[in-house]
Write a protein that binds this ligand. Structure first.
Ligand code: SAM
Length: 285
């Protein structure tokens, strides 16, 4: 992404989480701060032009975005509670946090939260928080890091991250924008964390792995993010990403059918994910 400019895709996905609060019922990912964090201008814009809430592509994208946030927080809850996935998570690290609001509604008194993001995006988020009167909890630490040029393994411990305690990492909406080298360096750091640690992320399948009609949707989204200055660079098939996670004890990798069965079953509206492009993964050490 561009060095001095906050992530535009971070705003776009935050607008869709906010639209979910306004236009979908029942809500799959309840977030009372999704609208306040946008600030008055964007929130007002959203109410006036509601991101085409009924267009099929828009509905499916919104469904994927709210499912991935809900999936991350569900898995975080499991990691904290155990015992199914070892339990004992005491640190939550949001890699490429964007306008994620978990830290400002954190229900776990013992959980420390680290928001890692590109410095330009993090500066902009802090301005939005201040303008929106959203206070910064004492259990939250901001860690500015550019994954392409800085090392997470140096910056995170320097910010107070405890290498000896289990941690859960959320890496949502970031992997497709990275180089393979940056992805592997960050995953290598996560893999060094103690037993009971885990990570969740979403990833996209390569264009060639998609059916023809989905390639058109892929091209349209790829063009939009490229025009936003944040081109897609990294895709995996399920077999390829499984190989990247070979050192982890358990991996769950969900496609559309599993995501719909888990989060969108029995709805009267059309909110559901579609197609083979986007997948959700969670892995535990
Ligand atoms: C699509 S947004 C997703 C934000 C957030 N995780 C969410 O789900 O709302 C992509 C995020 O990745 C971050 N990002 C992209 N490239 C990065 C890099 N090289 N270093 C650090 N952060 C990066 C952006 O700053 C932005 O916050």
């Amino acid at each position: 992404m561009e060095q001095a400019t906050p992530s535009r895709t971070a705003l776009r996905v935050a607008l869709r989480r906010a639209a979910h609060q306004l236009y979908d019922s029942p809500v799959v990912f309840p977030d009372p701060i999704a609208i306040p964090i946008l600030g008055e201008t964007h929130a007002e814009e959203l109410r006036r032009t509601p991101l085409r809430p009924d267009r099929p592509f828009s509905v499916a994208l919104r469904a994927f975005l709210v499912a991935r946030s809900r999936y991350a927080e569900d898995n975080l809850g499991s990691g904290i509670a155990g015992p199914g996935v070892a339990g004992g998570v005491r640190q939550y690290v949001l890699l490429g946090a964007g306008l994620d609001t978990f830290a400002y509604r954190n229900p776990y008194p013992e959980l420390r939260v680290f928001e890692v993001d590109h410095p330009a995006t993090q500066r902009w988020k802090r301005e939005l928080l201040q303008r929106g009167g959203i206070s910064i909890p004492g259990r939250l630490t901001f860690v500015p890091v550019d994954f392409e040029s800085q090392s997470l393994s140096a910056q995170l411990p320097a910010a107070g991250f405890d290498h000896s305690a289990p941690a859960f990492f959320a890496w949502l909406g970031v992997v497709p924008y990275l180089t393979l080298a940056a992805f592997r360096t960050t995953l290598g750091f996560i893999a060094e964390q103690p037993e009971g640690s885990g990570v969740t992320l979403d990833y996209g399948q390569p264009r060639d792995a998609l059916p023809f009609v989905e390639r058109l949707a892929h091209d349209s989204l790829a063009l939009r993010v490229q025009l936003a200055g944040e081109p897609f660079q990294l895709f995996f098939t399920p077999a390829e990403i499984a190989a990247e996670f070979a050192g982890f004890g358990s991996i769950e990798d969900l496609g559309s059918a599993e995501i719909n069965a888990r989060y969108f079953r029995g709805r009267a509206d059309q909110l559901a994910v579609r197609g083979a492009a986007g997948r959700l993964l969670c892995a535990w050490k």
